[in-house]
Design a binder for this molecule. Structure first.
Ligand code: AMP
Length: 417
């Protein structure tokens, strides 16, 4: 099988790396100089037996529809299904119809209404742009004043342009977050092993929100019964609601959840593999990924994904100034050394080749380094050992990825008289 992966980040590198275990050939478009098989030829001009679309942008722009229109097998929803991620207001309304547990919300286009609705909520206040904002359109704050000002800035178009002309304001949910990525064939969904990611730039969850600074899998607190609950209460009802809208959803449904005291609640659905979750979830699979994704793309999922015994931890290495103003053009040292370590893989993201053929930084998140091992502690040691080898001026990373994995919370003992 010849597989074409669309995208250029660490997620696409991980997809290509794991697909290459069983596919005859993997090409990545546009990829980057660190990903083998990268080509500047657009997907629509490439021949492949299966197309796997990584980022949300091309999905929202209808790339899957275009390719399917030419009779191609594609993993990734059409523009209709991609609205789940492209409009939070549309997503929330669909979840409400499907009866999926999620935060109470209101979709608002007027600043005075935003202020009035915020007055009815308890802190923390959550204000989201309706449209895509590269992961930066969400404010969570204890201050009602700040929330009111943020809603006004978004609605005016100043803060995020057209993406913010409508906002979703919702109740704040408390609890640890969990990502459950499911592969869907339009009717059925199967879950990949859960992962936890780290959204903030700094250790201990401090600093600004980012695209993601690291992840680990498995999550000790997320056993098979929790995954079953997420499938039963969240993912399957959502797929059924999509079908009721006439949407044949063949792709990844990524449920971003908060584990509240009253059970898991859906924060959001993404329409693609998570980045950096893919860099820990995919390497753990012992299932043939190319076969699994081809089945889903064809509308006939039969394979149950199965994880091997290894744990995986990924640490994202970012450039100076990320996320607000990443500096580019710094020469990256130590790539060969990092790649030579046992149990570690470097997935390249924001990199380019300079005139002398050297790898240089070319974006915010530059690489994610995945370590695997018999348990999370061993995987973590390997990930950081390899990350230590990669050097450039101003590099940023967290030092606490998987340092305190989420363990099961002891259930209150029942009292027996
Ligand atoms: P989203 O893009 O919707 O996933 O939001 C980005 C991040 O904001 C999430 O990963 C959460 O950490 C936080 N967040 C979003 N919605 C809520 C909410 N209702 N309550 C608390 N935190 C939230």
């Amino acid at each position: 099988m010849r597989v074409c992966v669309v995208g250029s980040g660490g997620r696409e590198h991980a997809l290509a790396h794991v697909l290459a275990r069983t596919a005859d050939e993997v090409v990545v478009t546009p990829g980057n100089p660190g990903i083998p098989g990268s080509t500047p030829v657009p997907a629509t001009d490439l021949e492949a037996d299966l197309y796997v679309i990584g980022p949300e942008g091309p999905l929202a722009d209808g790339l899957a529809d275009q390719l399917r229109g030419r009779g191609r097998l594609v993993l990734g929803p059409g523009a209709d299904g991609a609205r789940l991620e492209g409009s939070k207001a549309w997503m929330k309304a669909l979840l409400e119809r499907a009866g999926v547990p999620t935060a109470r919300y209101r979709s608002i286009e007027d600043p005075a209404e935003a202020e009035a609705y915020l007055a009815t909520l308890e802190p923390p206040y959550v204000v989201k742009t309706d449209g895509l904002a590269a992961g930066k359109g969400v404010l969570v704050t204890e201050s009602r004043e700040e929330a009111v000002a943020d809603a006004a800035a978004k609605l005016s178009g100043r803060a995020f342009g057209p993406a913010g002309r409508r906002v979703v304001i919702e109740e704040g949910l408390a609890g640890p977050e969990l990502s459950v990525l499911c592969v869907c064939d339009g009717r059925r969904a199967v879950a990949l092993p859960p992962a936890q990611d780290y959204k903030r730039l700094g250790d201990g969850g401090t600093g600004p929100n980012t695209g993601g600074m690291g992840a680990y899998s498995p999550v000790p607190a997320a056993g098979s019964s929790l995954v079953e609950t997420v499938l039963d209460r969240a993912v399957e009802p959502t797929l059924a609601a999509l079908r009721a809208e006439g949407i044949d959803y063949r792709g990844v449904l990524y449920a971003g959840l908060v584990l509240t005291v009253s059970g898991p609640r859906v924060l959001e659905f993404n329409v693609r593999f998570g980045d950096p979750e893919a860099q820990v979830v995919l390497p753990r699979l012992r299932t043939d990924l190319a076969a699994l994704l081809a089945e889903a793309a064809a509308g006939h999922l039969r394979t149950e994904p199965e994880a091997g015994p290894a744990s995986a931890v990924t640490v994202v290495l970012a450039s100076e100034g990320y996320p607000s103003a990443p500096r580019t053009g710094d020469v990256i040292a130590g790539a060969d050394e990092a790649a030579s370590l046992d149990g570690a893989t470097v997935f390249w993201a924001g990199v380019a080749a300079d005139g002398a053929g050297r790898l240089v930084t070319a974006g915010g998140r530059v690489a994610s380094v995945t370590g695997t091992g018999p348990d999370l502690a061993a995987a973590r040691t390997r990930a950081y050992a390899a990350a230590d080898r990669l050097r450039w001026p101003g590099q940023q990373r967290r030092s606490d990825i998987a340092a305190h994995p989420l363990v099961p919370v002891p259930q209150p003992q029942e009292e027996h008289p």
